[in-house]
Design a protein around this ligand. Sequence first.
Ligand code: SF4
Length: 297
Amino acid sequence: MDFEICRRKRYWSKYAAWGGWKSGAPPPTRQAYLLNKLDSRHTLMGRATENGVRWALDEQQAGRAPTAEAAYEAAARPLLNRAWQDSKSGAWQQNPKNRIGLHEHYYPQLHPNLPGDWPAKLRAYVMRCVDNFIQTVLPRLRTVTPDQEVVLAAPESFSWEGLTIYAVPDYVYQQDGIWHIHDWKAGKPSAHHLKQLAVYALWAHTKHQVSPEAIRLYVEYLHEGRVAVETGSAALLDQARSFIQASAMDMADYLKEGDPQRNQPRPREEWDMTPERTVCRRCNFYELCAPEFTDSD
Ligand code: SF4
């Protein structure tokens, strides 16, 4: 996805940041790693919503009836409070893997129109997502038991044609021979989401030998309270393969000798920067690219 938005973004996140977690990492590598870990209020909303959703699921499986308020208090609010403190104080920079830093605090100059009450808006947004989950999704999952849930690695991946493909579905369970794969989306609908789900279907088929017809895919748009459903098929898996193949070929153009096996990046200057500065203003790597912006940017 990063690569489709901006080639240079992919360079920073995948190659420049590599090894930045090591104590002796050179400053440019450390900086790229740090920036790669930045969240935004939008990704934080997604994380807080996921916490609330998981909490509500566990409550239902324990035989209790969860409410949005209780889910928020127990699972979303602690994350939001901790994120606010870590981000505002800059403490996240000492431990970016486990603490949260926000784009809004790191780059205040890029958010001149952010309303002062954005934390309250964020809270209301998360509450609505969790409430919609409880009202519209949870009833569909009432018969799922913990032993039917598929335990997911973090992150899930599978190999295909020499490539390692990452697939990180939010929730998967199997019932009566059918694999149900769900993704919780707190943000707006996007055509990209169904492509992402097709890759999850390929993951289930390739790694777990699930037949295409035994796969059900759900993109749960929690803010809207609606779901997009897709049934697996051989054609859908072919679409996922074509999508992965096209992405891999595009990316290979930016690798030395076009060789994904060696996976050595071409020099930074050869990774194209998006000309869309509105995209840059939301990007974690803004300060790394800024020296290359022209005056008209
Ligand atoms: S700041 Fe702009 S050009 Fe640089 S990586 Fe981000 S989106 Fe790409």
